[in-house]
Design a binder for this molecule. Structure first.
Ligand code: SAM
Ligand code: DTB
Ligand code: SF4
Length: 331
């Protein structure tokens, strides 16, 4: 028997040990989780998952792009940036009644959270006032409300909280050392500042990243360590698989091994035991088997509905069939 196999599954500890260091994960410790034998990692993740959640329950969030395209940022993965020719047309902020109809449809299909995304670098104050009205529409329908609008000031975060916004999504996207290869128009600290404003306004934080952008395993570990070391770590952690869109700089790069994606989910689950880990973008390109492994690895939330922001997502019939096959229940 090799030494790696002989090790018990619980040998990976938080580092440095112990005292108040309980909340900190070194990149080395996170990378060591990634390096575990696959079965040991999944066993550990599944055990952590069952300690904190109903094993077969999954949370459903529906996305709506309320303001599409024309974004001045240069995020190399994104079809909505003005820097790339992807065929996505720039639109205006959606009207209240059209949003209300989408919220109703999502509720009828079983979603419990409605997430509104806008292709802004940062909203203007008058944009935030209009979005606050949309948040009230979501809350009146009895759903949890989430927004992702770009960078927020402290005042803007308070305005959205006051309107009833439950979650704000703002992703770190990748590890600090990989970030400069992906985005040049804002820096990592800007993202951390927005998350701080969201937190201090009293909202739940939704923050995660994208994998499959050509990053190394060490960099994936770096992203997870950044998230897990936030105090407190995010309530909701979307793990996106890059959707390669023609016209973006990342189109055509080598695809990530699906099992490495599953490992990323498992490592997020182990390091952030109480977070909702969301199997986010990329499901349309994934087999049922890979998605099943992601759920086994501790993912317990998905985007539900046939569209993400500008790209496709499995339609609800396909998802309902998957839930039936796996015995998963919406919660
Ligand atoms: N414009 C705002 C911002 O970037 O903060 C909010 C909307 S932006 C589209 C939200 C997130 O979607 C990004 O941070 C990124 O993580 C994710 N995303 C965008 N394009 C993607 C793609 N092609 N594949 C996977 N995730 C993507
Ligand atoms: C998140 O982490 N992923 C979602 C949501 N938050 C806003 C967005 C995925 C976008 C995928 C590409 C597109 O559809 O444009
Ligand atoms: Fe703009 Fe957001 Fe896309 Fe970046 S991810 S280009 S900020 S819409």
């Amino acid at each position: 028997m090799t030494e790696a196999i002989a090790q018990p599954v619980h040998v990976i500890r938080r580092h440095p040990e112990p005292a108040d260091a309980g909340q900190r994960w070194s990149v080395d410790a996170v990378e060591a989780l990634f390096d575990l034998p696959f079965n040991d990692l999944l066993f550990q993740a599944q055990r952590v998952h069952r300690e904190h959640f109903q094993a077969n329950e999954i949370q459903l969030s529906t996305l709506l792009s309320i303001k599409t395209g024309g974004c001045p940022e240069d995020c190399a993965y994104c079809p909505q940036s003005v820097h790339y020719d992807t065929g996505v047309e720039a639109g205006k902020l959606m009207e209240v009644e059209a949003v209300r109809a989408a919220v109703e449809a999502a509720r009828e299909q079983g979603a419990t959270r409605f997430c509104m995304g806008a292709a802004w670098r940062a909203p203007k104050d008058r944009d935030v006032e209009k979005v606050a009205e949309l948040v009230r529409v979501v809350k009146d329908a009895g759903l949890e409300a989430c927004c992702t609008l770009g960078m927020l000031s402290e005042t803007q975060a308070r305005t959205l909280k006051h309107a009833g916004l439950d979650y704000y999504n703002h992703n770190l996207d990748t590890a600090p050392e990989a970030y400069g290869r992906i985005i040049s128009t804002r820096d990592y600290q800007d993202r951390l500042d927005t998350l701080e404003h969201v937190r201090s306004a009293g909202m739940n934080v939704c923050s995660g990243g994208i994998v499959g952008m050509g990053e190394s395993r060490r960099e994936r570990a770096g992203l997870v360590a950044q998230l897990a070391n936030m105090e407190p770590y995010p309530e909701s952690v979307p793990i996106n698989h890059l959707v390669q869109v023609e016209g973006t700089p990342l189109h055509g790069i080598e695809a990530l091994d699906p099992l490495e994606f599953v490992r990323t989910i498992a490592v997020a689950r182990v390091t952030m035991p109480k977070a909702r880990v969301r199997l986010s973008a990329g499901r349309q390109q994934m087999s049922d088997a890979v998605q099943a492994l992601c759920f086994l690895a501790g993912a317990n939330s998905i985007f539900y509905g046939d569209k993400l922001l500008t790209t496709g997502n499995p339609d609800w019939e396909r998802d309902q069939r998957l839930f039936t096959k796996l015995g998963l229940q919406a919660g």
